[in-house]
Design a protein around this ligand. Structure first.
Ligand code: ADP
Ligand code: MG
Length: 465
């Protein structure tokens, strides 16, 4: 094979591999991490890829290394490994460390390393890596999180510290970590000279305990005290650890006194944190406390729509509505559900339908399963058709209420073990023949009218789980 055709082959394979990975990880992550990669050659069973910096290499290897290899093996079964090595200048920005947010993850300025002084170093020993998907543009804003979002934006955009600390709290999987990372990306994108340190409270404790053991607490303190923005995630874990709390309190005060921004998250409000000293609680309450509430149906739907678009999966609205109705726990589960159905349909090459969705998520949906009551059916159906629940019992015979009533009777027959007379009684004392008629009528309409059939199906799945 000639060099040209080799190159073309390589480019084609890379194109397919990177397109698939892009579909999996989203546009933003692709732009940040994959686009700067340069495929150099295939040598034996190894693909060789160049990245412009050590930071990028570490990130790409840690987060996408295995996936790259697997996808490549899928394109070309001869490939057994992917080697990712640093080649300064392989990106468009010559040898310089790129000043884009992909080079964030700052540590302290105390090191002599010149890059560190610019706040753009390899995922430092202390600062944890930031997830490239967790950005402001990727955060879907709705009623439950608009306040926390606005506060986060404010902190990121402000030239001087607007409130200290910013304390974000809310249940698991509702976007606290996402917002913190988004602040970090945004700050460093605006000013690469600012150092942002992000770490979990657990890691903070671990480092502190280690420093104590190594009698090295001076250095420990210095590292934290020289950052512009310190973020500590999940501070509920600090509760009860007195020495760590003490240290945290002093670090906190020192940073505040120096006008540095502190951002904290927890699953509870400062006042509700267990095992935390009063003086620390009151300090935490001094800044802005913003809570993220449980998701609403509207927010869940908006998140699903956004993610489906990012993942380039064409999901019928009915499927997304169904998921938004059924998976109410948190955003993480919602994402997980969408990923699962998307992966499944891609694998088996079938269209995404309500049917497949329910099959694939069987276990997940069953976890929320409950017995359906006729009252629930009436309520749901009334909501769906925009009529009053009382119309389920009323004598009104206008089509606009009679049809939904028939659908509700039909579903009551399908989803509960009630007898026809029992169902009739629940619908304003109607006769069992009325219920029978409704069941037949709905069956007949389902045959004739596809969109009616889908409506009924959606309602059924929603109620049934
Ligand atoms: P927490 O830290 O509160 O437990 P995370 O920030 O880890 O939750 O969020 C869990 C997942 O849900 C993440 O993948 C995150 O991107 C996603 N997520 C949460 N809220 C939103 C939102 N409003 N818009 C888009 N994605 C969200
Ligand atoms: Mg979190």
């Amino acid at each position: 094979m000639g060099t040209n055709s080799d190159e073309r082959l390589l480019e084609n394979q890379w194109y397919r591999v990177s397109s698939r990975l892009k579909a999996e990880i989203g546009e933003t992550a692709y732009e940040n991490w994959l686009k700067p990669l340069r495929v150099r050659e295939i040598s034996g069973s190894e693909v060789r890829i160049a990245v412009p910096s050590r930071f990028m290499r570490d990130w790409v290897v840690a987060n996408y290394g295995e996936r790259l290899r697997d996808l490549w093996a899928g394109e070309n079964p001869g490939i057994k490994s992917v080697d990712i090595s640093i080649q300064p200048g392989s990106d468009t920005d010559s040898g310089e460390e790129p000043a884009s947010p992909r080079a964030v993850a700052a540590t302290a300025r105390t090191s002599s390393d010149a890059r560190q002084a610019r706040g753009m170093v390899a995922p430092g020993e202390i600062s944890a890596p930031l997830d490239p998907r967790f950005t402001f543009p990727n955060f879907v804003v709705g009623k439950p999180n608009e306040f926390a979002y606005a506060a986060a934006r404010r902190v990121a955009e402000a030239a001087s510290v607007p409130f200290n600390p910013l304390f974000l709290y809310g249940g698991v999987g509702l976007g606290k970590t996402h917002l913190m990372h988004a602040i970090a990306w945004d700050i460093v994108e605006r000013d690469p000279n600012r150092t942002v340190m992000y770490l979990s409270a657990e890691k903070f404790m671990y480092r502190f305990v280690r420093a104590l053991r190594e009698q090295n607490t001076v250095d420990f303190k210095e590292q934290f005290r020289s950052v512009d923005v310190l973020m500590i995630d999940d501070v509920q874990f600090i509760g009860g650890r007195d020495a760590t709390q003490e240290e945290f309190f002093h670090t906190f005060n020192a940073l505040v006194d120096q006008g540095r921004q502190i951002i904290l998250s927890a699953d509870k409000s400062p006042s509700d944190l267990e095992g935390v000293e009063e003086r620390l609680k009151s300090r935490l309450n001094c800044g802005l406390v913003a809570d993220i509430h449980a998701t609403t149906y509207e927010l869940r739907l908006a998140i699903l729509e956004t993610k489906a678009e990012q993942m380039k999966i064409s999901a019928p609205p009915k499927v997304l509505e169904f998921l938004a109705h059924k998976i109410t726990s948190n955003v993480r589960e919602l994402e997980g559900a969408l990923n699962r159905v998307a992966a499944h349909t891609q694998l088996v090459g079938r269209d995404l339908t309500l049917e497949t969705t329910q099959d694939v998520l069987h276990d997940l949906l069953r976890a929320n399963d409950r017995r359906v009551t006729i009252e629930e059916i009436q309520k749901r159906v009334a909501e769906h058709f925009n009529i009053r629940v009382s119309d389920m019992h009323s004598a009104r015979r206008a089509r606009s209420v009679a049809r939904p009533r028939q659908v509700a009777m039909y579903l009551a027959k399908q989803l509960t073990s009630r007898s026809l007379p029992e169902i009739g009684r629940k619908f304003g004392g109607r006769d069992h023949t009325t219920v029978m008629h409704a069941v037949r009528k709905v069956d007949e309409l389902r045959e004739k009218d596809g969109s009616f059939a889908e409506d009924v199906e959606l309602l059924r799945r929603m109620l049934e789980g």
